[in-house]
Design a protein around this ligand. Structure first.
Ligand SMILES: [Zn+2]
Ligand SMILES: [Zn+2]
Length: 362
C-alpha cells in the first residue's frame, strides 16, 4: 500500500488492543485507499500468524509494543485468511452496499419489489445483517462487514442497524466507508471510531512508485496527475498513455464549461452512451472535471484574480462532481446524474488553455 503510514500504525495498535473497536468509520474521498484499508483491517483481525505465531495473545502491552518505532505490526499476507481477504474471496468479509446483498424481506412485506439496482441500502438488507451476525462466521475468527457507501443507509435502515452496530456479537466487526460523513445520521457516526483518510502527499506517492520500479520521470508525472490517489497513480504508471488523454479531456472540459446549455446536454448524452459501453473512462473524465474546477477555484482565489466572487460557483461544481460519482455508484439513472451535474456547473469565460495551466500547477 502507498501512503497512510499513520493510519496503518493506528489500526495495528487498535487490533492489538484488548477491545478493538466494533465499528470503524473511514471518511475520505474516493480513490484514496479506504477500501484497501478496510481489507487491511480485516486481515489484522484474522491473520493466523499474527494471532498465534508469536505465541502471545493480545496483551495489555500489545498496543504499546505495536506503536514502538519500527515495529508496526502487519498481517503476514500469506496465511489462508490473509490470502482470501486480499483476493476478495473470503466468505466472512461481507460488502454491504446498494443492491440486494443480504436482502431479507419479511413474509408480511407483500409490497417488497426486487431491488438489485437501487441507490440506497435498505432496511431489508439490514435485517439480513442482523440475522447474519447472530450466527457464527463460516471460517473467520472475526467476521467483518464493510458498509459502503455508508451514507446510503436510509433513515429506517440506520435506526434498525443501530443496536447491532453498537453491540455486535464478539466475532463481528463493522467498517463504514464514506466520502460524505456529514450525510450520515449523527447517531450512526457517533457510534463509530472515525478515521479520516486524506489524499496521500505527492512525494509519498512518487516514492512508492519508485520503490515499485517505475522510471523516475514517469513516477513524478504519475504522482502529480493522481492528485493524492495512489490507485490512480499506479494506473497511470502502468499505462502512461492515460496522461496524454488527460490534456485532451481537460481541453474538452474547458470547451463544455464555457459553452452553451445545449452543448452541455449533448455532452451529457455522450457521457451516458459511453457509460453504457465502458464505465472506467467516464470515471476518469469525472476526475478531470474535478481537477478542472479545482484549478478554477485556485486561480479565482489568487490575489488580483478577475474571477473573485465566482468561488461559490466552483465549490458547487466540485460538490456536483462528487454527487454524480456517488449517484453512479448507487445505480441512479446515469443520464439524470450527468445532466444534474452539468446543470450545477457555472459558466466560465476562459482566456487561455486550461490544459497547460494545470500542468504547471501539478
Ligand atoms: Zn496472515
Ligand atoms: Zn429487500
Amino acid at each position: 500500500m502507498i501512503g497512510h503510514g499513520g493510519i496503518l500504525r493506528e489500526l495495528a495498535a487498535l487490533a492489538a488492543s484488548a477491545e478493538p473497536p466494533h465499528a470503524l468509520l473511514f471518511a475520505g474521498p474516493e480513490g484514496t485507499g479506504r477500501t484497501m484499508l478496510a481489507r487491511h483491517w480485516a486481515q489484522l483481525l484474522n491473520c493466523e500468524r499474527r494471532a498465534g505465531g508469536e505465541g502471545q495473545p493480545p496483551s495489555l502491552f500489545g498496543a504499546d509494543a505495536a506503536m514502538a518505532p519500527g515495529s508496526a505490526e502487519v498481517p503476514c499476507g500469506e496465511c489462508r485468511p490473509c490470502r482470501h481477504i486480499a483476493e476478495r474471496n473470503h466468505p466472512d468479509i461481507i460488502i454491504l452496499g446498494p443492491g440486494d446483498t443480504l436482502c431479507r424481506p419479511r413474509p408480511s412485506d407483500s409490497g417488497h419489489a426486487s431491488h438489485a439496482i437501487s441507490r440506497d441500502i435498505r432496511i431489508c438488507q439490514v435485517r439480513g445483517v442482523i440475522e447474519l451476525v447472530a450466527r457464527y462466521p463460516f471460517e473467520a475468527t472475526n467476521r467483518v462487514i464493510v458498509v459502503e457507501p455508508s451514507d446510503r443507509l436510509g433513515r429506517d435502515a440506520s435506526h434498525t442497524i443501530l443496536k447491532t452496530l453498537e453491540e455486535p456479537p464478539g466475532h463481528t466487526y463493522f467498517v463504514l466507508v464514506t466520502a460524505a460523513p456529514e450525510a450520515m445520521l449523527e447517531t450512526i457516526s457517533s457510534r463509530c471510531r472515525r478515521i479520516d483518510v486524506r489524499p496521500v502527499p505527492r512525494a509519498e506517492i512518487e516514492e512508492g512508485l519508485l520503490a515499485r520500479g517505475t522510471e523516475p520521470a514517469l513516477a513524478a508525472r504519475a504522482a502529480a496527475e493522481s492528485r493524492g490517489r495512489p490507485a490512480r497513480a499506479l494506473a497511470v504508471a502502468a499505462h502512461p498513455d492515460l496522461m496524454g488523454d488527460r490534456a485532451r479531456i481537460l481541453a474538452r472540459c474547458a470547451k463544455v464549461a464555457s459553452g452553451r446549455l445545449t452543448e452541455r446536454f449533448t455532452y451529457a448524452n455522450d457521457l451516458t452512451e459511453r457509460w453504457r459501453r465502458d464505465r472506467a473512462p467516464v470515471l476518469t473524465e469525472l476526475d478531470a472535471w474535478e481537477a478542472f474546477w479545482e484549478t478554477q477555484l485556485r486561480e479565482s482565489a489568487a490575489p488580483g484574480a478577475s474571477a473573485a466572487g465566482a468561488q461559490a460557483g466552483f465549490v458547487e461544481a466540485l460538490k456536483a462532481v462528487t454527487r454524480a460519482r456517488a449517484d453512479l455508484q448507487a445505480n441512479v439513472v446515469p443520464r439524470g446524474a450527468f445532466e444534474l451535474m452539468l446543470l450545477c456547473f457555472p459558466r466560465v469565460t476562459l482566456a487561455e488553455s486550461p490544459g497547460e495551466e494545470s500542468e504547471e500547477h501539478a
